[in-house]
Write a protein that binds this ligand. Structure first.
Ligand SMILES: Nc1ncnc2c1ncn2[C@@H]1O[C@H](COP(=O)(O)OP(=O)(O)OP(=O)(O)O)[C@@H](O)[C@H]1O
Ligand SMILES: [Mg+2]
Length: 224
C-alpha cells in the first residue's frame, strides 16, 4: 500500500481478543486510507468490531500487528490532540466538571493554553452556550453528545473519530447531531470516521465500509 502523508492510514491491522481456543480475531488484516477531507462511515452488526477499529485508529488500543499512521507518522510519535478528536460511544464526560470545563479538558491535560473563547463559540454553535456552567448530570443525552462533539473539536484536530455519536438519541435529536458533526467537521476542515447502526446516517458519508468476519469491506452506496 502506498503511504499517504496526510490523513489517517491503517495498514494490515490485526486484533485478537482472548487466548488459545477462546481467541477471537476481531480485525483480520484491515487496511484503509482516509484523507482529511473525507467522511467515512463504518457499519456492521453489534460485536463485529467497529469500536475496536475506531479505538485502534484513534490510538486508544494497540493492534496485535499492523500500523496506524496519522499524517504519515506512527501514532506514538504524535500528540493526540494535534491530530485527533474522539467522540466516545457513551459520551465519557467527566461528571465532576461543568460543561465548559469538560470542553476544555483535553487542552488542560495536554498542558495547552485554554481557548475559552473558542469553547464558548463552539458551545453557542451547538445551542448550549447557556449551559456552560451546568454539570453533565443535568444534561439530556443529546445535550451530552453535543458537549462531547464540541470537546472533540476544541483542539482544531485534522481528524474526528466518532463512535455511534447518535446511538442513544431519538430520531429528531439524532438528525440534529448528524448535521452538527458534518457541519463542524467541514467548518474545521477535519476528516471524519464514524460508526453507526443508522443506515441514513451511514449514507451521508463519502465512503461506506462494513466489517464482517474481521474483514473491512467497502460497501457500494445506492445509485452509484
Ligand atoms: N477488551 C476486550 N476483551 C475481550 N473481548 C473484547 C474486548 N473488547 C471487545 N471485545 C470483543 O470484540 C468484539 C468486537 O467488539 P466491538 O466493541 O468492537 O464491537 P462493535 O461492532 O463496536 O459493537 P456495538 O455495535 O455493539 O458497539 C466483541 O465480540 C467483543 O465482545
Ligand atoms: Mg461499538
Amino acid at each position: 500500500m502506498k503511504c499517504r502523508l496526510m490523513g489517517l492510514v491503517l495498514e494490515n491491522v490485526l486484533k485478537t481478543f482472548g487466548a488459545k481456543r477462546a481467541a477471537v480475531t476481531v480485525l483480520d488484516n484491515v487496511s484503509i486510507e482516509i484523507d482529511s477531507d473525507e467522511t467515512v462511515a463504518i457499519i456492521g452488526v453489534s460485536g463485529c468490531g467497529k469500536t475496536t477499529l475506531l479505538n485502534i485508529a484513534g490510538g486508544l488500543l494497540r493492534p496485535d500487528a499492523g500500523n496506524v499512521l496519522w499524517d504519515g507518522r506512527p501514532v506514538t510519535d504524535r500528540r493526540r490532540g494535534e491530530f485527533l478528536g474522539f467522540v466516545f460511544q457513551n459520551y465519557s464526560l467527566v461528571d465532576e466538571l461543568n460543561v465548559l470545563e469538560n470542553v476544555l479538558f483535553p487542552m488542560r491535560i495536554q498542558g495547552l493554553t485554554l481557548c475559552k473563547s473558542l469553547a464558548k463559540r463552539l458551545l453557542a454553535a451547538v445551542n448550549l452556550e447557556c449551559r456552560a456552567d451546568c454539570m453533565p448530570a443535568t444534561l439530556s443525552g443529546g445535550e451530552k453528545q453535543r458537549v462531547a462533539i464540541v470537546r472533540a473539536l476544541i483542539g482544531r484536530p485534522s481528524f474526528v473519530i466518532a463512535d455511534e455519536p447518535t446511538g442513544n438519541l431519538d430520531e429528531m435529536t439524532s438528525l440534529q447531531v448528524e448535521e452538527l458533526v458534518f457541519d463542524l467537521c467541514k467548518k474545521f476542515g477535519a476528516g471524519l470516521l464514524y460508526a453507526t447502526h443508522n443506515p441514513r446516517f451511514a449514507l451521508r458519508a463519502s465512503r461506506l465500509f462494513s466489517i464482517s468476519s474481521g474483514r473491512l469491506v467497502e460497501a457500494k452506496k445506492p445509485l452509484e
